[in-house]
Design a protein around this ligand. Structure first.
Ligand code: B12
Ligand code: SF4
Ligand code: SF4
Length: 306
């Protein structure tokens, strides 16, 4: 007997949890509606700094059916990366998400496995798998699929779980039963994230990448402009606006072996980072997100750490 739409959605969610995803929600694929305006304004104001790729494919970014032909459903997944063991705070800080193996590699495998499961056990399907790898407003879709709200720190926050989660999607050409969008915000009057941001990059729900240490340490190419005097001890990425968020008191350590750091990584001090040769760097970080900044980028960051 053919499965109903809700049975299909329930089977997909069950398999997602089995594969190691922590949450999964489903929304009808389509246009982002009133978000057009917000994205367009963010770009017009230059908040994307030198990330030229953010200004590309505006129409596709705002409409999944232009990005993936025949798209009917978007399944959004959240995958925990909150570490059990962390670097001592005096050492040059690397974002938690970059402690272990590159999440693009780890999560893509799980998305492909799930797509295969759907094709084999539910219904023949065509579609695409994305994890931070396409012009998709991932936080918007996570909210639309009912996973949580977008905090004033700009992060998607899952009620009772926090924000240390990667987002990813399957965009498919089949119909499914859909979740209700998450319409509430639980930030209330809190402004801890904006107050704690050492560079004033957050204001009124908006992030100015030109000031953000995550942008400066990861995405910025070339030398820093002279007014950047310090990176506030952030070597790669920045977690401050998440660390201070009261909702992250609920964060539980992930259970994904691939995201565990190598034995001595958490103890790297500034001298260790500065003494790495290009060959060492390539060897150590071949499968790590840190390779995005490159050897030259890490050396540049190490020079401005304090
Ligand atoms: C470009 C980018 C960056 C840039 C710019 C960040 C930014 N705020 O846009 C930089 C390099 C600074 C960055 C930093 C980080 N990033 Co980043 N980044 C992205 C990327 C590729 C695109 C984001 C984007 O489209 N920005 C454009 C703006 C306009 O869109 P938006 O931020 O999604 O904003 C939407 C909502 O916030 C909403 N919104 C905005 N204001 C308001 C106000 C209200 C009231 C409401 C209701 C909604 C709302 O409307 C916007 C449009 O829909 C996404 C992956 C993806 N494809 O989505 C990852 C992504 C957002 N990054 C991620 C992460 C983990 C980080 C860092 C934590 C990494 C780190 N530790 O250093 C930091 C966090 C910085 C921060 N506070 O946001 C995760 C976030 C996961 C989560 N739980 O939310 C993503 C989703 C990658 C992934 N697949 O997991 N990132
Ligand atoms: S990631 Fe760091 S620098 Fe960027 S907005 Fe958050 S606290 Fe500020
Ligand atoms: S720190 Fe406060 S304002 Fe910022 S995202 Fe968390 S709850 Fe919202």
């Amino acid at each position: 007997m053919a499965l109903s739409l809700s049975e299909k959605s329930a089977l997909i969610k069950q398999e997602a949890l089995r594969l190691g995803f922590d949450c999964c929600g489903i929304a009808p694929a389509g246009d982002v509606g009133e978000e057009h305006e917000r994205v367009s304004q963010w770009l017009t104001e230059g908040n994307h700094a030198e990330m030229g790729y953010m200004a590309n494919h505006f129409d596709k970014r705002c409409n999944l059916t232009l990005l993936v032909e025949g798209a009917k459903s978007v399944i959004v997944f959240a995958h925990n990366y909150f570490p059990q063991e962390k670097q001592p705070p005096h050492l040059p800080q690397v974002s938690y998400y970059a402690y272990g193996k590159d999440y693009h590699e780890v999560i893509k495998q799980k998305l492909f496995a799930l797509m295969e499961f759907i094709h084999r056990d539910i219904e023949p399907v065509e579609g695409r798998a994305f994890v931070d790898s396409a012009p998709v407003l991932e936080r918007y879709w996570a909210k639309r699929a009912g996973l949580g709200w977008i905090g004033k720190n700009n992060l998607l926050i899952i009620p009772g779980k926090g924000s240390f989660f990667f987002l990813s999607e399957l965009i498919l050409n089949i119909e499914l039963a859909y979740d209700e969008p998450y319409t509430e915000s639980h930030c209330g009057k809190c402004t801890r994230c904006a107050n704690a941001c050492p560079t004033g990059a957050l204001s009124k729900h908006k992030l100015d990448a030109r000031k953000c240490l995550s942008y400066l340490t990861i995405e910025k190419k070339g030398e820093f402009s002279p007014e950047i005097e310090t990176l506030h001890n952030r070597l790669y990425g920045c977690d401050i606006c998440q660390q201070v968020c009261p909702w992250n008191r609920f964060a539980q350590p992930h259970q994904t072996p691939e995201f565990l750091p190598s034995s001595d990584f958490l103890q790297y001090d500034l001298a260790k980072w500065q003494s790495l040769t290009e060959e060492d760097f390539r060897q150590h970080f071949r499968h790590s997100p840190i390779k995005r900044t490159g050897f030259v980028g890490i050396q540049r960051n190490a020079g401005k750490i304090l």
